[in-house]
Design a protein around this ligand. Structure first.
Ligand code: GAF
Length: 376
């Protein structure tokens, strides 16, 4: 792209991916989540280009870019472009201060791995433009407009967790976020000698493929059935297993199982928070296994490769717990493991995984990191 020949960045932003300790598929059901940002980030470099409307975005990883006009922000056939276009569209709805810019981005967040490279992309772009053009957006505005961009341009009716974690995280802490009130608190993570280890199946899921939106619709169908008896129930956040069992005969088994998982997961998050605060990591680990079981059997968003890695971890006493993480259908497992055991465990897991699926396993340690920030 021609602008690269005379590119003099004025601003550099780092925008992280995220992990989630527990609380999966609870965000759009108005429950609780426990995410934090990780050190894997997307770097954005920006310059104003003097134009009123013309913008250029270039991705170093894809070695490709595109030009667009702020006048006509149409949905693209190229998936990653839609995260950019969606954010620009949402910003344009909120302010007319945006002008032409050039942006070069370089991603170190693995794509399709359940660590939300999409939120990192949306939030980093919004954050950078807010700084450069003095748009007056708060961090929370950036979270919400990035989530909206994913709904409208990427077509995934995601909850708020990923964007919230990418923007609001604090080094050394996880965030307990109430997705109904949006109240949150930071919980310090002191888990030595244990570490958070991510095993990447390198099987790629595609949230826009429809399964994610289907789960959300099934939960909403459950709420509609519950409201016939309990009009006060606005989301699964307000429902109990007793309430659900009372309407069991009026809903199909799949809807029942989806709702049961969400209601149970809501309680598990709060229990995990208490266990973390009490440094009872053994209990946190047990809860991770319970969550995986629910995601695999009731919510049905796991896949054989993820199930294999979670089962494999159960043979190693140094692993306190493991589960699939993120939207599902591939990506990573999150493992709570003793640091001394990591080397041997990953070697054995990689060998077994390759034998079973003829696929390479990759891994990385994740430690709670700072949310989106200015590098220079
Ligand atoms: C994806 C979504 F983007 C999040 O909002 C969340 O629902 C998650 O899947 C599952 O917990 O990452």
């Amino acid at each position: 792209m021609q602008f690269l020949d005379h590119f003099k960045p004025e601003l550099t932003i780092e925008s992280p991916g995220r992990i989630n300790i527990i609380g999966e598929h609870t965000d759009y059901n108005m429950g609780f989540v426990l995410p934090t940002a990780i050190e894997k980030k997307i770097t954005f470099q920006f310059q104003k280009n003097g134009s009123d409307k013309t913008c250029h975005v270039y991705s170093k990883g894809y070695d490709t870019g595109f030009e667009l006009s702020l006048d006509a922000i149409a949905i693209s056939k190229v998936e990653w472009e839609n995260y950019i276009l969606g954010v620009l569209n949402e910003i344009s709805k909120r302010t007319d201060k945006l002008r032409g810019f050039d942006c070069v981005l370089e991603s170190h967040v693995p794509i399709g791995s359940g660590v939300s490279s999409s939120a990192a992309l949306e939030c980093g772009l919004a954050f950078g433009l807010n700084e450069m053009f003095d748009l007056g957006l708060s961090r929370m505005d950036i979270v919400e407009l990035s989530q909206a961009a994913e709904h409208t341009y990427a077509g995934t009716k995601c909850g708020i967790m990923d964007q919230f974690a990418s923007v609001m995280s604090k080094e050394g802490h996880v965030i307990l976020l109430d997705c109904e009130s949006l109240e949150y608190s930071y919980i310090p993570i002191h888990i030595q000698p244990y570490k958070i280890l991510l095993l990447n199946t390198n099987v790629s899921h595609n949230l826009a493929s429809g399964e994610y939106n289907k789960r959300r619709a099934q939960c909403e169908a459950g709420v509609t059935a519950l409201q016939k008896r309990h009009p006060e129930v606005k989301s699964l956040r307000n429902a109990s297993m007793e309430m659900l069992d009372a309407v069991k005969d009026t809903i199909d088994t799949t809807v029942y199982e989806r709702c049961a998982y969400v209601i149970q997961e809501k309680t598990r998050v709060l229990e995990a928070v208490e266990a973390l605060k009490a440094n009872n990591l053994k209990r946190v680990g047990e809860l991770l296994y319970e969550t995986h079981d629910g995601l695999s059997h009731l919510y049905e968003v796991s896949c054989p490769e993820l199930d294999f890695l979670v089962e494999f971890s159960k043979n190693n006493d140094a692993v306190l717990g493991a589960r699939m993480m993120g939207g599902g259908f591939g990506g990573c497992t999150i493992n709570l493991i003793h640091e001394d055991a990591i080397e041997d465990f990953v070697a054995a897991a990689a060998k077994a995984y390759e034998q079973a699926y003829n696929l390479k396993l990759t891994w990385f340690e994740a430690s709670p990191s700072q949310g989106t920030s200015i590098l220079k």
